[in-house]
Design a protein around this ligand. Structure first.
Ligand code: AMP
Ligand code: MG
Length: 412
């Protein structure tokens, strides 16, 4: 039996990054860039106005004030999407909308709210409706967005290994990059094993139970935008199991077999994997729940044997399988994020195994407080349904007192 740390070390060292593929931008959200990405356009594409206002020559506001305003004749209007029809002349202002192209010669934009119509002080002088007053000095470049100031065409937009957040997706779209290189997700096969398992309530006859692991695991994967192939429950019959596992090894990158990896008479999975030349990388981890966890490899196919008990299987998923998938997808931080918290209720256990306790952690008066609900047995899922974290109790610890500082892992 190996420790949790050793098991995690083996998993991380065995998981490769997935092959590179190109995905349409909309499908790449949340993934990791597998290569540097370069801009296809200048951003901004042209000199543009940052406000609804007036494009002017800034020098013509030199020493302008309330008492001595500068006068400008409005000679045109440019909407966003239009091309200015003429350059800006002397003592002229051209009305520009936000995002509109700046007329040739203009050196600044003054927001519409900051100019005065000539009528307020200029009674009778010039054509009133077409004249504005500016009552302050405008600096060069005010409210101008300059062509290529954010990034130039061909410039590095995002480097390899960047996480494609919504912000990153928006940035790339603005640069015309609509297809991106990412690591292809693993092809995953979920195989629930157990002669007692049924998927429909009408099949629940004496001795049978509802199969829940595949629902649970595929839900946890959908949080990662991964769609596994899910097998019907397979009975503990050597020949049947052998055939399906043999096929799955050929067609998938990652097998998640649940149940049948413990020491019961009908726990056939390990023996079958050995016959199929799957190399055992570890079996049995000093943890609770999830002691029977199995990890093996056959060519490029990786196999997790997860304990059948639903809570054990989900704990093993979050602590080992999820990090493996994230590593495959190119993530650097693969394990659940952790924090220190204080314990609401005291806790005791035997020495020798790391415990992952389903828990509820909340912030109170600046500290995280972790509450451990009843029902931690590995067949019970209600406490999991209420949990947002694991209280992690190290192997050697036997007692934890109320108020003591502990480590928690956040559930995603
Ligand atoms: P096993 O590891 O096969 O001995 O299974 C341990 C326990 O988990 C048994 O009580 C099984 O009935 C239960 N179990 C196994 N697989 C599943 C599953 N897919 N869904 C719900 N319970 C399961
Ligand atoms: Mg079983």
């Amino acid at each position: 039996m190996i420790t949790v740390e050793e098991a995690k070390q083996i998993v991380t060292s065995e998981i490769p990054k997935g092959p590179k593929i190109t995905l349409p931008l909309q499908e790449a959200s949340g993934r990791i860039l597998a290569e540097d990405v370069f801009s296809l356009l200048d951003s901004p594409l042209f000199n543009a106005s940052a406000m609804d206002g007036f494009a002017i020559h800034h020098e013509e506001t030199y020493r302008a004030s309330r008492a001595f305003p500068s006068y400008f004749k409005i000679t045109g209007l440019v909407a966003a999407g239009d091309v200015p029809s003429k350059p800006l002349g002397k003592n002229e202002a051209i009305k520009v909308m936000t995002g509109a192209m700046i007329p040739q010669g203009a050196t600044a934009v003054i927001p519409q709210e900051e100019v005065l119509p000539s009528t307020t002080t200029l009674e009778g002088r010039q054509d009133r409706s077409a004249t504005i007053l500016i009552t302050r000095e405008v600096k060069e470049g005010e409210h101008l967005r300059r062509k290529g100031e954010e990034i130039k065409q061909g410039g590095l937009a995002l480097s390899k290994n960047t996480h494609l957040t919504s912000g990153a997706i928006g940035f790339l779209a603005s640069l015309g990059v609509l297809n991106v290189p990412v690591y292809a997700p693993p092809r995953i096969f979920i195989l629930p094993t157990g002669s007692e398992l049924v998927r429909d309530i009408s099949e629940v006859t004496p001795g049978k139970i509802m199969e829940s692991n595949s629902f649970c695991l595929s839900s946890a994967m959908s949080e990662m935008k991964i769609e596994p192939k899910i097998s019907s429950p397979v009975p503990d019959v050597n020949k049947v199991l052998f055939a399906i596992i043999e096929q799955a090894i050929k067609n998938y990158d990652l097998l998640l077999i649940t149940g049948g990896v413990s020491v019961g008479t009908f726990d056939l999975v390990k023996e079958i994997l050995e016959k199929l030349n799957v190399k055992t990388l570890f079996w049995q981890v000093a943890q609770k729940p999830g002691k029977p966890l199995y990890f093996g490899k056959c060519g490029s196919t990786l196999v997790f044997g997860l304990p059948g008990n639903p809570a054990s299987s989900l704990v093993c998923f979050y602590e080992y399988v999820r990090p493996a998938i994230l590593k495959w997808l190119g993530y650097q931080d693969c394990f659940l994020s952790q924090d220190r918290a204080r314990l609401v209720n005291s806790f005791s256990k035997k020495e020798g195994r790391t415990h992952f306790i389903r828990a509820r952690t909340e912030k109170k008066n600046g500290n995280f407080w972790v509450h451990v609900p009843e029902g931690q047995e590995s067949h019970r899922m209600q406490s999991f349904a209420e949990a947002n974290s694991f209280l992690v109790v190290p192997q050697e610890i036997t007692e934890l007192k109320e108020g003591e500082e502990v480590t928690i892992h956040w559930l995603p």
